[in-house]
Design a protein around this ligand. Structure first.
Ligand code: NAD
Length: 523
């Protein structure tokens, strides 16, 4: 068995220290000099393959800048990728768990060395500020380290105990499923992309991976890392392309054994539906893992420490511009402290600096035009459904830079049934709801179809215990922000329309990608 120290999450870089800020800026300059305009081809069976058409990555904080490009896979490329992955599976499934884990551990070591390079590219490609990019690359490293160790638990017959039966030997074997498809979002283009492929491959599956259209470069960089770590050809087929084209082809393909999807509710439900349809020649029922959106609420009651509560609200609501599935998009405050808490919250949000990721602004631009248009339309709806307490405009430019800028916005006194209190906006817009009391606050928090993250700021022990039991979310936090789950520490996944609760970064996650065989020998 592989000898390694126990898993421990990566520490984050402290950007209050001038030397760390300087190192980040040097990494940005280096990436600008060496990688701006870089093109990432497909990788099929370990070989680079280019396509006639390309997908361009533009800097959301300065849309005049093209950061680089990826190939744009065709249906034929998707066919070749799937066929190649099944071929590679014949060899990869025979590797021991330890041997596969070594590839992940080496990749983690390489990514640690290239941490700031990955961060800097992410800043340019999707507009993350320094800390947001850093915690994400740290999470990517954590997934590699954590799943490597988890896989080792499944070696041989030891992983699942069976009951002794006289006259026989009985045992359970864990086996990989085959070839899966991973379809990932742009908002965690390093960590989620890596985690969604690392878990299935370390237990012996092969993957066709389709990153989101807006973040193909950072995904391409992760492929560089995996290949440098010695990942055999064909185990991961890199297939950037359009979701509705190659994504749809892959999820409906009869040779796709399982689908791991993280993205929006509507696309997820569509995939669930089409993946369930049997195709001629299809030999299995596809497993489908869906991790979707949220309308996540933080409750602040009259016993809460106002400083702790308001800090949690600002961080949870506006970290990466609210573009997190876990973002606090609803703030529920009990009536007796509503005016004072919301007043403080508004003051803090007014002080947030809007700017580019490169300037390390607190709030940057939203990812693309489609997102910008969507947020803008919700601002209009919000003006009718509540009172704009700060922000409210999608300006589209900031300090002379043309980008997808939206002012950090808070809309108060919104009814719990309003659209902006029920639908995921996915931008820097927080809806504030007034609750009569604690009971009403919990009722409001549970009143959407989603159930991803949630939080309570309170010093009332009985209320925290009630929330522990009754707050219907996959990830619940008390007296802190509701974002920033750490691999192995807070396994992540939502309830209800937020997903299938597969709990990425948790002790059961690898089991999703294996099947058990019970073997009996009569003596
Ligand atoms: P999206 O649903 O638009 O796209 C996600 C992926 O699906 C992309 O790679 C896209 O190309 C692909 N896709 C689109 N149509 C497809 C189709 N018909 N068939 C197959 N693939 C298709 O989501 P997004 O805008 O990239 O990401 C934001 C969403 O993701 C938000 O709703 C957010 O809450 C959610 N999210 C959830 C989690 C979680 O863990 N629950 C984590 C991150 C993001």
């Amino acid at each position: 068995m592989l000898k390694i120290e126990p898993y421990r999450p990566q520490a984050f870089i402290d950007f209050t220290r001038a030397e760390n800020v300087q190192a980040y800026q040097q990494a940005l300059a280096k990436v600008r000099a060496e990688q701006l305009g870089r093109h990432f081809p497909l990788i099929i069976n370990g070989q680079a393959r280019d396509t006639a058409q390309r997908l361009l990555s533009t800097n959301p904080c300065d849309t005049s800048e093209v950061v680089g490009s990826t190939a744009k896979a065709t249906i034929q490329d998707a066919e070749d990728a799937l066929a190649g992955a099944w071929e590679a599976f014949n060899g990869w499934k025979t590797w021991t768990m330890d041997a596969r884990a070594r590839v992940l551990l080496k990749a983690a070591a390489i990514l640690k060395r290239r941490r700031l390079e990955a961060c800097a590219l992410m800043t340019l490609e999707v507009g993350k500020n320094y800390a947001e990019a850093d915690v994400e690359v740290a999470e990517g490293i954590d997934f590699l380290e954590y799943y490597a160790r988890e896989a080792m638990r499944y070696e041989g017959f030891g992983a699942a105990e069976t009951t002794w039966y006289d006259g026989e030997e009985n045992g359970l074997m864990y086996l990989p499923l085959g070839v899966g498809v991973s379809i990932s979002p742009w908002n965690f283009p390093c960590a989620i992309f890596l985690g969604m492929l690392a878990a299935p491959i370390v237990v012996g599956n092969c993957m066709v991976v389709k990153p989101a259209e807006d973040s193909g470069m950072i995904a391409g960089l992760m492929l560089d890392v995996l290949m440098e770590a010695g990942l055999p050809a064909g185990v991961v087929q890199f297939l950037p392309g359009v979701g509705e084209e190659v994504g749809e082809h892959l999820t409906t393909h009869p040779r796709t054994r399982f689908i791991s999807f993280t993205g929006s509710r509507n696309v997820g439900l569509h995939i669930n539906e089409v993946a369930a349809k049997h195709k001629p020649g299809q030999r299995f029922i596809k497993r489908v893992f869906l991790e979707l959106g949220g309308k996540d609420a933080l409750i602040i009651d009259e016993t809460a420490d106002p400083e702790v509560a308001v800090t949690a609200a600002v961080q949870g609501g506006f970290g990466f511009n609210g573009q997190k599935c876990s973002a606090m998009s609803r703030l529920v405050v009990v009536d007796s402290v509503y005016d004072s808490v919301v007043g403080k919250f508004v003051e803090r949000v007014k002080a947030l600096k809007v700017g580019t990721g490169e300037e390390n602004a607190g709030v940057t631009a939203v990812v693309n035009q489609e997102s910008f248009d969507k947020v803008r339309s919700y601002l209009e709806i919000g003006r009718a459904e509540g009172k704009v307490l700060t922000g409210g405009e999608a300006t589209g430019n900031n300090n002379g830079k043309t980008g997808h800028y939206v002012q950090p916005t808070i809309i108060g006194d919104v009814d719990a049934t309003a659209r902006i209190a029920q639908e995921e906006i996915f931008g820097p817009v927080v809806t504030v709801l007034r609750a009569r009391d604690w009971t009403h606050a919990l009722e409001i928090a549970n009143s959407t179809e989603y159930g991803l993250t949630g939080g309570v700021c309170s010093r009332d022990r009985a209320r925290l215990e009630q929330a522990r039991a009754e707050f219907e979310v996959g990830n619940l936090y008390f007296n802190r922000k509701i974002t920033g789950a750490i691999v192995g520490v807070q396994p992540f996944g939502g309830y209800n329309m937020s997903g299938t609760d597969s709990k990425a970064g948790g002790p059961e996650y690898l089991g999703n990608f294996m099947q058990l065989k019970a073997v009996t020998e009569r003596w």
